[in-house]
Design a protein around this ligand. Structure first.
Ligand SMILES: O=C(O)CCC(=O)C(=O)O
Length: 301
């Protein structure tokens, strides 16, 4: 089934559909400066969790006033540009994500939570950093096309990851996506992505806005205790429900619309290697990687 388009520009839509992400220049330096200024003004409130987590977001503070104010400011700036590039969208929540300068700020390959029924729709983030990003301060990295491997349900607060048995195979195939001031990266939440640790000496400040196609319902999939033997609970959500969502807990006021058992079984290595061979046959890293696998098979003990 064809999922609805969200980009006005068909080349951007094609690249997004094909790769699961796309980068383009969306903001002026002045708009980026406004995103940064709000963060600096609220830095203390944001950094209440900084001791515990080297990668954290506004939501991690559990401070409803800060979460609401950050959501409004980021949306105000982003809405100045949204309709030039996107159509048929509905916004969810906006927040800051902070990567402190620390080796523990690395994000290993992952997918983001599900927000919609991905048989019919997709959900996505607009990600914008308030400084240029590169390998040194933790730029994003993507496994191209990985949003198309399986339709997965990605539950809160945790879940057994579909790619848990192949996670060590992913890294050589990730492509780095550095950014300049004003660039945004639009990423499909189902696309496998990661980011380098920030080792630059200062915090990397980024803002994100989560969106879905206009006709899609916003869902939140809750798996009690992250235990795959439990049924998944599916809730319809509004912005307020996200603002008040607490670490590890059910959304307090949201409506439960379904419960279902979900098969969380892992993708096996042979199938993943097959997928890599057909989708990334010319990858520089990939060829080397396959050679390594082959040569290690023929190594004498
Ligand atoms: O900002 C980062 O380093 C990672 C962002 C990310 O994983 C996301 O937006 O889903």
């Amino acid at each position: 089934m064809q999922k609805p388009s969200v980009f006005k520009n068909e080349h951007l839509q094609r690249e997004f559909d094909e790769n699961g992400f796309v980068k383009f220049r969306m903001f002026t330096p002045e708009q980026v400066a406004r995103l940064r200024e709000f963060y600096i003004a609220t830095q203390e409130a944001h950094e209440t969790v900084a001791e515990k987590r080297k990668f954290h977001s506004t939501n991690d503070t559990d401070n409803a006033e800060l979460i609401t104010d950050a959501d409004s400011l980021i949306k105000q700036v982003m809405f100045e540009e949204m309709d030039k590039h996107f159509h048929g969208y509905k916004t969810i929540e906006a927040s800051y994500i902070l990567k402190q300068s620390d080796p523990a700020s690395e994000l290993s390959p992952h997918q983001d939570l599900s927000f919609v029924d991905e048989e019919k729709y997709y959900s996505y983030n607009i990600w914008v950093a308030t400084e240029p990003t590169d390998k040194q301060n933790g730029c994003l990295r993507f496994l191209k096309g990985s949003h198309r491997i399986f339709n997965t349900v990605r539950t809160f607060p945790s879940y057994p990851w579909k790619y848990r048995d192949v996670s060590e195979l992913i890294s050589p195939y990730l492509v780095d996506v550095p950014t300049e001031i004003g660039d945004c990266i639009v990423l499909n939440h189902a696309c496998i992505h990661a980011s380098y640790p920030n080792l630059s000496g200062s915090t990397r400040i980024a803002a994100i806005l989560a969106l879905i196609p206009r006709d899609a319902e916003i869902y939140h999939y809750y798996l009690p205790n992250g235990n795959p033997d439990n049924p998944v609970e599916k809730y319809t959500m509004g912005l307020e429900d996200f603002i008040h969502l607490k670490e590890g807990q059910r959304p307090a006021g949201a409506q439960l619309v379904d419960t279902f058992r979900y098969d969380f079984s892992a993708m096996d290595k042979a199938s993943f290697l097959d997928w890599l061979k057909t989708t990334h046959p010319h990858s520089k890293n990939g060829n080397g990687f396959f050679k390594n696998i082959l040569s290690s098979l023929f190594k004498r003990a």
